[in-house]
Design a protein around this ligand. Structure first.
Ligand SMILES: [Zn+2]
Length: 196
């Protein structure tokens, strides 16, 4: 969505705009109300490591920018694309929502290594995005992604320096005794450690 984020380059976004409609977006759709904070939807510590890992491959990578997730499966119209740009979006895709939010609910660190495949339809010098074009850049990016993941494995350490591991700690609104046995059983892996 930006002139300076060119096809073939990578982006580690630090913002997320959920523009999806028909997806299941929470583990807590039962009688246990949990409001997690997703003001910063990605793990900063992990994002920085992913950024380093990609830098080590020699690829051009940008840190920062907002990703907008559209429902798809179709691509955007020019009108939509221009609106998303006016909203300050940097990159656009059809994934990351709701994964980022579910990861936060599960207290997992989550970061995005995004690959720019095209300028989207707003770009006047670009022909409308085609599947062939997207797949071509995608294939080129695969080896960079694989190398970055290998690098990342070397950079990760067992101890966590972020807050992701306690995301649900103070977010459970429902009183424990009011959570039904069935919900309790289903949610045990996520909130069991916080319930008496
Ligand atoms: Zn984290």
């Amino acid at each position: 969505m930006r002139e300076d984020y060119a096809p073939g380059e990578l982006v580690i976004p630090d913002g997320l705009f959920d523009f999806t409609r028909d997806r299941k977006r929470t583990f807590f759709d039962c009688n246990c109300v949990v409001h997690i904070s997703v003001a910063d939807p990605f793990c900063n510590a992990l994002s920085e490591k992913v950024y380093q890992a990609v830098q080590q491959t020699g690829a051009i990578v940008h840190y920062g920018g907002s990703l907008i997730t559209i429902e798809g499966p179709r691509f955007s119209t020019k009108s939509e694309s221009n609106v998303f740009r006016s909203w300050g979006m940097s990159i656009i895709g059809m994934t990351t929502c709701p994964e980022a939010f579910l990861a936060r609910e599960a207290e997992m660190c989550y970061a995005v290594m995004a690959h720019v495949t095209d300028y989207d339809v707003w770009h006047v010098s670009e022909l409308p995005v085609t599947v062939e074009q997207v797949i071509q850049v995608l294939n080129r990016n695969t080896s960079t992604a694989q190398e970055a993941v290998r690098n990342l494995a070397q950079l990760l350490t067992p101890e966590r320096t972020c807050e992701c591991g306690q995301a649900v700690k103070n977010a459970i609104i429902t009183q424990p005794e009011r959570i039904s046995p069935k919900s309790r059983q289903i949610l045990e892996p996520l909130i069991g450690k916080y319930l008496p």
